[in-house]
Design a protein. Structure first.
Length: 84
């Protein structure tokens, strides 16, 4: 991972999510693990940057629906969801 201009690292799109609670159906992984992440693979764009295959909206929107957000409002609260 190459440092950014402030001597830190760019965190880009990466993230991990853990759900806990009595109603959570455990033991599931959303998406698929990429076949390869080495230099030159389709998801590796260099300098330690990996393109995600799922957006955070894929995790957030079911939670928003559970909390009572109307599905008609999904495009408004998560305008990037159509890109995944």
């Amino acid at each position: 991972l190459t440092q950014n201009g402030g001597l830190g690292s760019d965190h880009a799109w990466g993230g991990n999510y853990i759900m806990m609670g009595g109603s959570v159906k455990g033991g599931q992984i959303l998406g698929t693990y990429p076949e390869g992440l080495k230099e030159g693979s389709p998801l590796n764009i260099g300098r330690g940057r990996i393109i995600p295959t799922k957006s955070w909206e894929a995790v957030f929107l079911p939670l928003a629906e559970w909390a009572g957000v109307d599905e008609a409002d999904f495009d408004y609260i998560c305008p990037n969801k159509k890109n995944f």
